[in-house]
Design a protein around this ligand. Structure first.
Ligand SMILES: [Zn+2]
Length: 225
């Protein structure tokens, strides 16, 4: 498909063949992949998509001014869905495998894949527990076997439940009155927020304490380590 300020595409938001209108101000040539990144908006549902185009070397103005003159070709388009960001500084999570799982859970959520997000959040805590030398044949026992506080354990059991809901069609969740709740979007968001809170408590407090000014006694302890 060659460049135009309107495109006819299957909308990933409303699942309909729709007209999209370019948002010209957003058009930039990415220095990393050398492609032109251009946002469009769906005229049916107003959902945003990002498009990537290959073209011969040219500026965005040249690109739009001569729509076929630089061999413009649409490579890929995808929905811009969510922008959930963790509160915790991800650099503080030292174990690469845990960080990767958490990151994937966030990406799944931001792209609207809520069951997948909850599964990855569950995977992240299981990885975290195994790294902490957890014991037991299932995740419940593994969480219980670690030395983390009772409050954090409760938080992780909730993440585990959301993960079970994401994995098993017959694992349901209920409100206090016993009414079943079906809100994958909310479940996935809570699952990420709980995990974020766990990482903040487990890693951020250590980092705050480590970087705080020390007394003479504390200084000696650090030096003697
Ligand atoms: Zn749409």
């Amino acid at each position: 498909m060659s460049y135009s300020n309107t495109l006819s595409l299957n909308c990933p938001h409303c699942d309909t063949k729709c007209q999209f209108i370019v948002i010209e101000q957003g058009h930039k040539r990415c220095k990393n992949d050398k492609k032109h990144h251009i946002p469009y908006i769906c005229t049916n549902c107003q959902g945003l998509i990002a498009t990537k185009w290959t073209a011969d070397n040219c500026s965005p103005d040249n690109f739009r001014g001569n729509p076929t003159g630089y061999s413009q070709l649409l490579d890929i388009y995808y929905p811009i869905v969510g922008d959930w960001k963790p509160r915790v500084n991800l650099q503080l999570i030292k174990e690469e495998d845990v960080k990767t799982d958490f990151h994937e859970a966030i990406n799944c959520y931001n792209n609207g894949f809520y069951n997948a997000s909850m599964l990855m959040a569950r995977r992240a805590i299981q990885q975290e527990m195994l790294n902490n030398k957890a014991k037991g044949g299932n995740l419940y026992q593994q969480i219980e076997s670690t030395g983390i506080s009772r409050k954090l354990k409760s938080l992780l059991h909730k993440v585990k439940n959301f993960g079970n809901n994401g994995a098993h069609p017959d694992f349901c969740l209920f409100d206090e009155d016993g009414n079943q709740i079906i809100d994958k979007h909310e479940f996935a968001k809570l699952s990420l927020e709980f995990l974020d809170r766990y990482f903040a408590d487990e890693y951020e407090i250590d980092s705050l304490v480590e970087s705080a000014p020390k007394s003479q006694k504390e200084l000696k302890e650090v030096q003697n380590k």
